[in-house]
Design a protein around this ligand. Sequence first.
Ligand code: NAG
Ligand code: NAG
Ligand code: NAG
Ligand code: NAG
Ligand code: NAG
Ligand code: NAG
Length: 376
Amino acid sequence: MAIKSSDPRRDYQGSMSVAILICMLAHFVVKINGTAVNDSVYYYELVAPQPLRHSAPIDIELQEHRQHDIVDMVRFDKGKLMAKASNLTSISWAHAVNSQQLLDEALGGDIEMIEADIVLGQLNGEGPVLPVMAHPPATVSDLTLEEFLYQIKDYNEGHEGAEKGVKLDFKSIEVFEGSLDILDESIPKMTYPIWINADIISGPVEQNSSVPVDPSRFFAGCMRYKQAVLSIGWTTRWSADYREGEYTQTQCDAMLQAINDNNVTSTGQVITFPVRAGIAANSGPQLHALVAAVNDTNESTLTIWSSENDYVNVAELRKLIFSFGLDRVYLDVPEELSSQLDLHKPGNGAGTFNSLVSFSFVSLCFWAFSSWLKSV
Ligand SMILES: *[C@@H]1O[C@H](CO)[C@@H](O)[C@H](O)[C@H]1NC(C)=O
Ligand SMILES: *[C@@H]1O[C@H](CO)[C@@H](O)[C@H](O)[C@H]1NC(C)=O
Ligand SMILES: *[C@@H]1O[C@H](CO)[C@@H](O)[C@H](O)[C@H]1NC(C)=O
Ligand SMILES: *[C@@H]1O[C@H](CO)[C@@H](O)[C@H](O)[C@H]1NC(C)=O
Ligand SMILES: *[C@@H]1O[C@H](CO)[C@@H](O)[C@H](O)[C@H]1NC(C)=O
Ligand SMILES: CC(=O)N[C@H]1CO[C@H](CO)[C@@H](O)[C@@H]1O
């Protein structure tokens, strides 16, 4: 991230420095574990050396101004990012952004994460078969994966400090492997969150119409992108008409097995489990056991998603969210459902949400992870 602006504020607004700060603070918080935090000095020292990187001579008076600016700015950003990390459900999503029009809307709106599906298909129904943005059974799109990623990168370069993250949902192992050249080219340059998603295990309810993405081949590809969050889920069958059904112990064990067989926790990659709201609501014990099992080596989170019109037991889902804590659950669901969830106050006393000291290193770094990696 080149330091180029003449406006002192902008110099420090790069997500890179914010990311470093957040990660350092997370270490700090973990270390003191439970005692009160006074981090203002710490922050100040961390950022203050930055002006030395300027090649131009720096006027002393200007530098003093800058240091005041830094402290103010860092406090501001710290607060904002802390709020996000302590309440991952407050991160906003655009879901199924599978066309040029939807991408334009997502980039023009104030959402923070763009979720989209990738299949092998054709651009506008003609030409070669290539990775395009569409959800099965569609195989035609007006947007290729390459163009989609390019437009997000272009947007983010022009909106430093307000970058949007991206979650790529690969619908088959063929399209994932067919996308590796594009990902090789684009992911290392990303200074914003990148999640790679696939449904790698056959899941509820007796889902047998879509083939899961081969876990070993998927993980083998993902190893190339250490900065990417691994979002690994189950194929699902659900709708407005379902009431019963859960992520069974067998299905959760199969997920854990796939993670262990492929040495995924040894890569240090961040893991989130995408779970369908209506089914997750019925699956508390199994999901807790899964997260706890992964937690032996690596902390993980849930990403609750839902299709429009899915049946969801809202009270049970709410209980599930607070049982994990708002710092462990991303929420990518339709507006109607999120407003019903009423997440502003913890319910049932089971929540882990409390204060600054409850932040986990992973939760904090999740959001800033790719920027942080770029800096080391
Ligand atoms: C935090 O540390 C700074 C600098 O040492 C000090 O001025 C400030 O009063 C401290 N704040 C609290 C709440 O202890
Ligand atoms: C999928 O499951 C349904 C219900 O269990 C069953 O009727 C159907 O034959 C199965 N289809 C395949 C392709 O196995
Ligand atoms: C996982 O690690 C073990 C022990 O280091 C090794 O034998 C095995 O081949 C690895 N498996 C994969 C899929 O990398
Ligand atoms: C994960 O492990 C850490 C450290 O071992 C522990 O403090 C934390 O409570 C665990 N979280 C869950 C959800 O099991
Ligand atoms: C968490 O974020 C959600 C969504 O923005 C919001 O409705 C809720 O009030 C927040 N909860 C807390 C405890 O901050
Ligand atoms: C993000 C994270 O917690 N990564 C850890 C995952 O587990 C390996 C092996 O224990 C650690 O080395 C990583 O730091």
